[in-house]
Design a protein around this ligand. Structure first.
Ligand SMILES: Cc1cc2nc3c(=O)[nH]c(=O)nc-3n(C[C@H](O)[C@H](O)[C@H](O)COP(=O)(O)O)c2cc1C
Length: 200
């Protein structure tokens, strides 16, 4: 059976105005070249109009019955691969992506409770994820290394679901570098995207 890749987009900007989406699209295009049989499902969270969990959805999530969180959770669980494209916002992810994870974190779909504590349900097949993100500063090394709560959150919540093969691809210093130095950093990140896509 062919595989499914879920491309989750969390930025109100157009693709061409977003360093994150430009980088993610380089990755997706290269991936598609190597995996033409993989179905790519694009989920633009702003187009979807994702809202914070409301009382009605919350009641249904825990009380049973169909609801939009269940639909998103099932869609998430049916994928094999995940590309999560989100810029750094205030040391973390855009709130819309957190709202999406609040839908997808669904008891009985992505995790379950046990006497030993919660257990991720998405380790039932080999899954892989990549977090692609542009950020104004530098967080992969240096004094702000501890401040990147977004990548940490994404890795932790995916691990909670049982998805442990998680990669990260960053364009860093996007608001610090200028001119040729910025172009060079962008080109390097695009090359890294192509390299990483080959083995994804
Ligand atoms: C609301 C908002 C919050 C931001 N917070 C941070 C931050 O905490 N750290 C940082 O380095 N850059 C921050 N930035 C800068 C973006 O991460 C940076 O410009 C990035 O390249 C944007 O990617 P994009 O072109 O895909 O939107 C912020 C930008 C916005 C709009």
């Amino acid at each position: 059976m062919s595989q499914t890749l879920l491309y989750v987009k969390a930025n109100p900007k157009n693709d061409s105005d977003s360093n994150t989406f430009t980088l993610a699209n380089v990755f997706i295009q290269e991936y598609q070249k190597k995996n033409s049989d993989c179905e790519i499902i694009t989920l633009d969270l702003y187009t979807e109009g994702i809202q914070p969990l409301d009382a009605d959805t919350l009641t249904k999530m825990f009380g049973g019955g169909g609801n939009k969180a269940l639909d998103y959770a099932k869609q998430f669980a049916s994928a094999d691969k995940y590309v999560i494209a989100a810029p750094m916002w205030n040391l973390s992810i855009p709130a819309i992506l957190k709202a999406y994870f609040d839908y997808v974190s669904y008891v009985g779909i992505s995790f379950k409770y046990s006497e030993a504590g919660p257990i991720g349900l998405l380790s039932d097949k080999p899954r892989k994820a990549i977090h692609i993100s542009s950020r104004g500063g530098m967080y992969s090394e240096g004094p702000a290394k501890e401040f990147d709560l977004g990548d940490k959150y994404i890795r932790t919540i995916l691990g909670f679901f049982g998805i442990t093969q998680v990669e990260s691809l960053f364009l860093e210093n996007a608001n610090v570098l200028q001119g040729d130095a910025l172009k060079e950093a962008i080109n390097k990140s695009h090359q890294a995207a192509r390299n990483m896509a080959v083995n994804f």
